[in-house]
Design a protein around this ligand. Structure first.
Ligand code: NAD
Length: 288
């Protein structure tokens, strides 16, 4: 079994980005600038946004964090988005999800200028992705493609099972892997909460991408020998032995699945760090 090290791979990508930024600066070209809007004080969201901002500094980007209170109205948020849409200094920006219940997420995502939508969530960009046109790929599936490529994992003609059909991970992942591309050309089965006989389907899989948010859901008896496992799940599970009171759990029962897998991503240190690296890559593309 070989561990797919997202931390090391993300560090390599960030180094490549830092070099590209340095090159731009030497040529007198614009420094990429990413902005992030955070509404409210959800613990996990704050951690994610702060690590995105920190990552920007590390690669030499400029970054702006717009921290809005929990009681921000939809109108106020849309106004902030409009300001970023019009600001020529900002190359790309993200609105950290989830948003408070009173705000319509779809309306917010639609308001972002697709040319600055470095999360790749705007319908225009989702459409371009689906039609294999150049666009910003959503960061998590983009990071998974990058891991598969850099670890030289063959996907062409392979049976890939994606568990979870979310708009940000499962669905785009299933589309991308079925396309004619380097990490692609796979026969993809997209499974979800209504799927019957999931175990039988998983037992046919050469590669399984697990993104459902149920800790240790995929167990050793559900996979065949030699399977490649990409674990996207990150759930905080209470753990009194940890100083912070919780540990991060993936959707895969690492103990039993790793015994049969040829490659597997750990949690933490697998897909998570790649998501941030690919967001930076999209911002660099937006600036270019
Ligand atoms: P989601 O929470 O929006 O949806 C869950 C999906 O799982 C749904 O499509 C549902 O149909 C499916 N599902 C639920 N129960 C199931 C079952 N018993 N069998 C099969 N499918 C089932 O999904 P999401 O936003 O993609 O998040 C999934 C996990 O990935 C979460 O733990 C999240 O924190 C994590 N995540 C990690 C990253 C990262 O950077 N590593 C990025 C995004 C999400």
């Amino acid at each position: 079994m070989q561990l797919i090290d997202g931390k090391v791979t993300a560090a390599q990508i960030k180094e490549e980005i830092a070099k590209a930024v340095q090159n731009r600066k030497e040529k007198g070209l614009k420094t990429p600038h990413l902005a992030a809007i955070l509404v409210g004080s959800d613990g996990a969201s704050m951690t994610y946004v702060n690590s995105k901002v920190k990552a920007c500094e590390k690669v030499g980007f400029n970054s702006t964090l717009i921290d809005l209170p929990e009681d921000t109205t939809e109108e106020q948020l849309l106004h902030e988005i409009e300001l970023l849409n019009k600001d020529p200094e900002i190359d790309g920006f993200i609105v950290q999800l989830p948003l408070p219940d009173a705000i319509n997420e779809q309306k917010v995502l639609m308001a972002i200028n697709p040319d600055k939508d470095v999360d790749g969530f705007h319908p225009t960009n989702v459409g371009k992705m689906t039609l294999e046109l150049p666009t910003f790929l959503p960061a998590t599936p983009f990071g998974i493609l990058e891991l598969l490529e850099r670890y030289h994992i063959e996907t062409s003609g392979k049976n890939v099972v994606v568990i979870g059909r979310s708009h940000i991970v499962g669905r785009p992942m299933s589309i991308l892997l079925s396309q004619k591309r380097k990490a692609g050309n796979a026969t993809v089965t997209l499974t979800h909460s209504r799927t019957k006989n999931l175990k039988d389907i998983c037992l046919q899989a050469d590669i399984i991408i697990v993104a459902l948010g149920i800790p240790e859901f995929l167990t050793g008896d559900m996979v065949k020998e030699g399977v490649v496992i990409i674990d996207v799940g990150i759930t905080r599970v209470s753990d009194a032995t940890k100083k912070r009171g919780y540990r991060l759990a993936g959707d895969v029962d690492f103990e039993t699945v790793s015994k049969k897998a040829s490659y597997i991503t750990p949690v933490p240190g697998g897909v998570g760090p790649m998501t941030i690296a690919m967001l930076l890559k999209n911002t660099l593309l937006a600036c270019q």
